[in-house]
Design a protein around this ligand. Structure first.
Ligand code: PLP
Length: 422
């Protein structure tokens, strides 16, 4: 499996035996239910993924066995909680191949991670006339924090265009990279289109001009093996809840030299070394950026999710999803009245489409009655909708528990949607 992810044209070769999806499904208790009297087909993992039993158990064990605050207590429960919390940080380090646990900061999710980088890294370095470069396919979380920064500093936001298939026009992006660019923000995988961006190449090109790069990895970590050292990115953000972990927990990875140089994001307990009214000194990394009591239980739950994914093998996960995605693309292509939105060569996890003459919300409502959960709307990527001239799309998105049968159920239900609107 290459680090650029799966492709819709060629199935990615599996490194080992294929994933046993029926077995995987049994690990996710929520999937064994009916919705409106039909077996649940969950195709909304890009919004949030479900949690395997081991994650549910890990969170539950925190509260039933060793709930306590971290880093502060000398008593046994506090020590256990601290050990488990820091062990989870180590699991994240290994999952994304960070050089050091100190480079892994626990936050609420991708949104908070990007806001942290915008406030503490970019804000002190950016002035009027500077530029931040993003792409047209960003989630609002990788647009609005930079707009706020630009309002505060007088810097300008530059947006690299995408083509009709939803691929970044790399030459245009490169043309926009200039002496004025102070930071590049780019999504690894587009949540609205599924496009996998050539981030390794983009990081190389940006670094040749001395420009740091933040990767929005929210839609990458569930699908693609991540190696932040091989990528060479300066920052990498992701959310636990899209990666089979709990809500309310996520990660900002930052290179140590950046994190050392950055001021704290929030002030409070745990992020200090000493406090007097005259002067406060700050704690070491990563605690300098974790003010207040952290989300202990959910960090530990994220650690369990990472154990689970690594147990399956990210290469096998990627190969399985590439197969289901390619099958879905092919089935949608032969379905009358469907216009796929986002047909990039390199895609992961997402099938977005519009249905001729039928609003996406009507499609989603009828599919729900068939027990099929998809997402409809702008997917927090309104500029993408505007680029493709649609108010909304229907989006089926994949998780490790989805199979070709789920795609068959989707296609059959789309047939019923077409019947209703005939
Ligand atoms: N970036 C991308 C590409 C996303 O898909 C999402 C969520 O859908 C986010 C950022 C924001 O993630 P969160 O809401 O978990 O902070």
């Amino acid at each position: 499996m290459s680090r650029t992810g799966s492709t819709i044209r060629t199935a990615t070769p599996a490194a080992a035996a294929p994933l046993d999806v029926q077995r995987v499904r049994r690990d996710f208790p929520i999937l064994a239910q009916s919705v409106h009297g039909k077996p649940l087909v969950y195709l909304d993992s890009a919004a949030t993924s479900h949690k395997p039993q081991c994650v549910i158990d890990a969170v539950s064990r925190v509260y039933s066995e060793f709930n306590s605050n971290v880093h502060r207590g000398v008593h046994a429960l506090s020590q256990r909680a601290t050990d488990a919390y820091e062990a989870a940080r180590g699991k994240v380090r290994d999952f994304i191949n960070a050089a050091d646990s100190a480079e892994v900061i626990f936050v609420r999710g991708t949104t908070e991670a990007i806001n942290l980088a915008a406030s503490s890294f970019a804000r002190p370095r950016v002035k009027a006339g500077d530029e931040i470069l993003i792409t047209h396919m960003e989630h609002h979380s990788n647009i609005v924090p930079w707009q706020l920064l630009c309002e505060q500093t007088g810097a300008a936001l530059r947006v690299a265009p995408i083509d009709d298939r939803g691929q970044l026009i790399l030459e245009e992006w490169e043309r926009l990279l200039s002496d004025r660019t102070k930071l590049v923000g780019v999504t690894y995988v587009s949540n609205a289109l599924g496009t996998v961006n050539p981030v390794a190449r983009m990081i190389r090109l940006a670094h040749e001009r001395g420009v740091p790069v933040l990767i929005d990895g929210a839609q990458a970590t569930p699908h693609i093996p991540i190696d932040v050292q091989a990528l060479g990115c300066d920052f990498f953000a992701f959310s636990g809840h899209k990666t089979y972990g709990p809500t309310g927990i996520g990660v900002l990875y930052g290179r140590r030299e950046h994190l050392e140089a950055m001021p704290p994001y929030q002030g409070g307990g745990d992020m200090i070394s000493s406090v007097t009214f005259a002067r406060t000194t700050y704690n070491d990394l990563p605690y300098k950026f974790e003010a207040g009591t952290p989300n202990i239980a959910d960090a530990i739950g994220l650690g369990a999710a990472i154990d689970y994914l690594r147990g399956l093998g990210m290469d096998r996960v990627a190969a399985h999803e590439a197969d289901v995605l390619a099958y879905g693309q092919a089935r949608l292509a032969e379905t009358p009245g469907i216009r796929p939105v986002g047909t990039a060569d390199h895609k992961a996890g997402v099938l977005s489409f519009a249905m001729e003459g039928i609003h996406a919300h009507d499609v989603g409502t009828i599919l729900d009655l068939e027990g099929i959960a998809i997402r409809t709307g702008h997917h927090c990527a309104q500029p993408v909708m505007e680029r493709f001239g649609v108010p909304a799309t229907a989006r089926a998105s994949l998780g490790v528990y989805n199979s070709r049968e789920d795609i068959d159920a989707l296609i059959a239900a789309l047939g019923r949607v077409a019947e209703v609107f005939k």
